[in-house]
Design a protein around this ligand. Structure first.
Ligand code: ZN
Length: 340
């Protein structure tokens, strides 16, 4: 099969489109013919070696496709059916897995990081990672959904417990997390302030429901948040940019407010003035992915049209390198999707 492979960690130029042997199925595996695979910032971290993997490696966590073959133990999945793949992998036997908290499993990993992913014509996934294909969605739209909507759902709904009337600050509105967070916050009746680097992205953020927008290249987003909220600050900050924004994110939260972080695309070193944490009684919450079960809930909202995947661009699999460069330059709004 054709796949985009890298043999050493480093820049996007290491992504090579080449022939690779098709995956061999174990008894509980499903072979999926990939129709679409969306990119995530995780792909860049893995490629660069910030999250090292054994090499050679194939990236790609957000996969939709058609069942090509099933392992000998699988009786309930037919070949030819459309499927969406849940990206989280866990042991399935530990206390956390059996409590429905699979993303707290000590062996938790993600397809495209822990095992080969969807930058390929075929991918092998465990049976329990198959999700029902969301009605009315194209393969490209479906693939744009799992990782970022799941991550944003856990951040806002499970961790920060967003509720009607909350002020929510969403950084980097054009990112996958930004697009999902704006919609989920609005779904729960919050008032959303979104930041982005271009006015064209701010317009798209408004179209998704953002009530206020800030161009952070022209204005200090913390000062703007103060103005918009009349010095109150926001209830929840959706943080995923890290070093460049962290200090201001902490200051943007109201007294007793919550900062929830799922990543740090600009670097992991964020300066924290602890006086803000103890004196203003802030909550700082870490978050990674979400439970497999949450995706079923998210899919129901997507099928009702209350949440929608947003695609920036669909590109051929062989051009994965270009997609990585675009993602690194932060010029996209929504997901970049590869099609084999
Ligand atoms: Zn486990």
């Amino acid at each position: 099969m054709k796949a985009v492979v890298f043999h050493q960690h480093g820049g996007a130029e290491n992504l090579k489109y080449e022939d690779v042997q098709e995956p061999k199925l174990l008894a509980n595996d499903v072979l999926v013919k990939v129709k679409a695979c969306a990119m995530n910032h995780l792909d860049i971290w893995v490629r660069e070696g910030l999250r090292p993997v054994s090499l050679p490696h194939i990236l790609g966590s957000d996969i939709s496709g058609v069942v090509e073959a099933v392992g000998s133990d699988i009786k309930d999945v037919k070949t030819g059916g459309s499927v969406l793949v849940s990206p989280g992998l866990s042991c399935g036997t530990c206390e956390k897995c059996l409590s429905g908290q699979d993303n707290l499993c000590p062996r938790y990993t993600i397809i495209g990081k822990g095992i080969w992913g969807g930058y390929a014509q075929y991918v092998k996934v465990p049976r329990q990672n198959l999700l029902p294909f969301p009605r009315k969605l194209s393969f490209e739209e479906a693939a744009s959904m799992p990782l970022t909507f799941l991550t944003a759902w856990q951040m806002l709904v499970v961790k920060a417990k967003v509720k009607p009337g909350d002020w929510v600050l969403v950084l980097a509105a054009g990112s996958g997390i930004g697009v999902a967070s704006i919609q989920i916050a609005k779904l729960f009746g919050a008032i959303v302030i979104a930041t982005a680097s271009h006015d064209s992205k701010l317009k798209k953020a408004q179209d998704l429901g953002a009530d206020f927008t800030i161009n952070y290249t022209e204005k200090d987003f913390f000062e703007e948040v103060k103005k918009i909220t009349h010095d109150r600050g926001v209830d929840i900050v959706v943080e995923h940019t890290g070093a460049e924004t962290w200090e201001k994110s902490v200051r943007s939260a109201k007294w007793g407010g919550t900062i929830v972080t799922c990543g740090a695309t600009s670097g992991n070193e964020g300066k924290t003035d602890l006086a803000h944490v103890y004196f203003r009684q802030l909550q700082i919450l870490g978050s990674t992915m979400g439970t497999k079960g949450s995706l079923f809930e998210i899919i129901r909202f997507i099928e009702q049209g209350k949440l929608k995947p947003v695609i920036d661009e669909v590109i051929p699999l062989k051009d994965a390198c270009k997609g990585h460069e675009k993602m690194s330059s932060r010029s996209q709004f929504g997901k970049i999707v590869l099609v084999p």
